[in-house]
Design a protein around this ligand. Structure first.
Ligand code: ATR
Length: 267
């Protein structure tokens, strides 16, 4: 039986084992997919032991995506842009890394939600690791402009300077957001699962606006968006499933169906 796992800390909440078992069942593939809790001190050794003992593929989650990037022999262009990986596999004793987070988000938004990002005005709230992972794939969709706002302004500036190619990333303060409206607003802060209300002005919600939260439960942000008549709201469940599907393709070279995955878990 082929061995897979997801490594993180905390890890007990991870839905990756259920998702990958459901994908594998579609093709009649027998897999073992575990959750592994690591610490900063033993992370590298845990990864090396996993592959030395015949493991085929790993998903990497918070807080190890950057450390995992550093231990790869080869990484994809998207991973290099993000400086982080969420998928690892081993071939000829070399560790390869990729990042499917941003592509998973883009697939969910453009295909599942049928929302084209091209030429749109996008607002991203946050400037942490999650934003570093999604910025390049969103830029590839050729939005009109991406505005970044973050509680710590300087972190948004740093991200802008790292990713800006055609002057299409701007930085704003929370208090300035009422000066523009947006077609797509993405909450990429870690407030999603907490009871925190972001200081946003309802005027930023443009016509036909999609408000998306990367966290996979309905958040205060989505509640705010609904109350203020956003055309569409979505949590990150679709992104979670699509990034997993892209990992599955990397490992098994088969594209799983993502319809109805985790229906019971999220019911
Ligand atoms: P992740 O990997 O989930 O992005 P992270 O790198 O720790 O985690 O980043 C968390 C993001 O959520 C940051 O943008 C953080 O803002 P700061 O850079 O100012 O810390 C944002 N965040 C966390 N708590 C917040 C809060 N109460 N209000 C606004 N933003 C918050």
């Amino acid at each position: 039986m082929k061995k897979f796992a997801v490594i993180g800390n905390p890890i007990s909440h991870s839905l990756s084992p259920q998702i990958h078992q459901q994908f594998a069942a579609e093709f009649g593939i027998d897999i073992c997919y575990e959750r592994i809790k690591a610490s900063e001190d033993d992370f590298k050794q845990v990864v090396l032991n996993f592959f030395a003992n015949g493991g085929v593929g790993l998903n990497i989650t918070v807080p190890f995506k950057h450390m995992a990037y550093d231990l790869c022999t080869k990484t994809s262009k998207i991973s290099k842009k993000a400086g982080a990986v969420n998928v690892l596999f081993c071939k000829d004793n070399l560790i390869y890394g990729d990042n499917t987070d941003g592509a998973g988000l883009v697939y969910d938004v453009t295909k599942n939600l049928n929302f084209s990002i091209k030429d749109k005005d996008v607002l991203i709230i946050g400037a942490g690791g999650a934003v570093a992972g999604i910025l390049y794939p969103i830029l590839q969709q050729k939005p009109n402009v991406i505005t970044l706002i973050n509680r710590t302004y300087q972190k948004a500036i740093t991200l802008r300077d790292r990713f800006n190619e055609n002057d299409n990333i701007k930085v704003a303060n929370f208090k300035d957001t009422n000066k523009a409206t947006y077609n797509l607003i993405i909450n990429a802060t870690s407030t999603g699962l907490k009871n925190i209300v972001l200081p946003l002005d309802k005027k930023i919600i443009g016509k036909n606006c999609l408000c998306y939260d990367l966290s996979y439960k309905d958040s205060k942000f989505l509640q705010w968006a609904k109350e203020n008549n956003a055309k569409k709201i979505a949590n990150g469940k679709g992104m979670l499933i699509e990034q997993a599907a892209l990992s599955f393709i990397i490992w098994h070279n088969k594209k799983p169906s993502t319809d109805g995955i985790l229906v019971e878990t999220f019911a």
